[in-house]
Write a protein that binds this ligand. Structure first.
Ligand code: MN
Length: 354
């Protein structure tokens, strides 16, 4: 197993690469979507509000091979590997999510993006097939010692306005109104189209498509259906297409927040199938619709037990902390992340001594 950090777009710089290396990470998973338009007030722990996470990017400009190659080179020059990119820009696939008129042309763009990633030598592309995206979360002093973290108290039922999807505005001049209501089957069909189109290209490009479960894992959020809100629903996604590129971005926190099943069993089931591309290694207390994100060592989950299961099933991928509570000091994000990474590093070396 390998250790990495997830870095948001505004963190893709020398200071953060050095920080990651100094903590003992060897790999990075990077976000290229410009959440909050570089307004950093909220961007180190995105929760957003009903206005969402800001404006989506340019629909006509996908991330180019040159751009990705340069990023990889820069990251490598700091002694780190670039393991993956996390999330598509809503601007690049809103009509794939919404089954809109630009679906096919956006699909062609995403295929080119995956080819670009493969050519640049980036092995994993994480995505979250969701209309509401991350939603309904609040921020508060939920973790040990009053550390500020994210939690949920009830689900957001505000409908999504036209022009917005996955928490971002892709069309500021969209007509008044809200997204039409659809059921779960319709959303699964949209996912099926996406997978059948993207997976052959991903396979050829040497890229694994890694699906994040719903965050929060509720059947409906903002009046839209969700796909993977119980552990067994991941299997449905895998069974839709047998491609070796059809993989998971295995978020332990979101899975432990689910009301059915068992996070240890799920870890065993999916790692045994070799279907986990990388892991979001974080801990929580509670389940939806009422849970809190906490420090890695104070939650409901026995993280050592999770690691033993991953090791037994020969998981070789990357673990990243995902999010952590923010610690009270001048660098709340860094302190939280360094704490998580130190814990993970010690746990892994202990495991390897067994
Ligand atoms: Mn996650």
């Amino acid at each position: 197993m390998k250790l990495g950090f997830g870095l948001y777009r505004h963190m893709l710089n020398e200071a953060h690469y050095k920080f990651a290396k100094q903590c003992g990470a060897t790999h990075l998973v990077i976000h290229l979507v410009d959440y909050f338009g570089h307004n950093k007030d909220n961007a180190n722990q995105p929760i957003g509000d009903k206005k969402g996470w800001g404006k989506a990017g340019n629909p006509n400009e996908i991330w180019t091979y040159g751009e990705l190659k340069a990023l990889k080179k820069e990251i490598n020059s700091h002694g780190l590997e670039l393991e993956g990119i996390e999330n598509f820009d809503p601007a690049h696939w809103y009509d794939i999510l919404l089954d809109g008129p630009k679906k096919q042309s956006q699909m062609e763009n995403l295929k080119q993006l995956i080819r670009n990633a493969g050519k640049a030598g980036i092995p994993v592309f994480g995505y979250n097939f969701s209309l509401a995206g991350v939603s309904s979360r609040m921020q508060g002093p939920y973790a040990r010692g009053g550390a500020v973290s994210v939690g949920m108290e009830g689900v957001d039922t505000t409908p999504i306005p036209n022009g917005m999807v996955w928490n971002m505005v892709y069309d500021e001049s969209a007509p008044e109104g809200i997204l039409p209501k659809i059921d779960h089957n319709e959303l699964w069909e949209r996912l099926g189209y996406f997978l059948n189109e993207i997976l052959p290209v991903a396979e050829e490009a040497g890229v694994q498509m890694a699906a994040h479960p719903d965050d929060p894992p509720m059947p409906f959020v903002r009046e839209t259906p969700r796909l993977v809100y119980q552990p067994h629903m991941y299997q449905r996604l895998l069974d839709m297409n047998p491609s070796p590129s059809n993989n998971l971005e295995f978020c332990l926190g979101s899975i432990a927040e689910m009301t059915e099943g068992d996070v240890y069993e799920a870890t065993d089931t999916y790692s045994r199938q070799g279907k986990i591309s990388y892991v979001h290694f974080r801990n929580i207390v509670g389940k939806v619709p009422s849970y809190r994100e906490v420090f890695v060592d104070e939650g409901d989950m026995d993280m050592f037990r999770i690691l033993r299961i991953l090791k037994k099933n020969n998981f070789k991928g990357v673990l990243i902390p995902d999010h952590t509570p923010q610690m009270t000091c001048n660098a709340p994000w860094h302190a939280g992340m360094a704490y998580a990474m130190g814990y993970m590093k010690a746990a892994i070396s202990h495991l390897n001594d067994d």
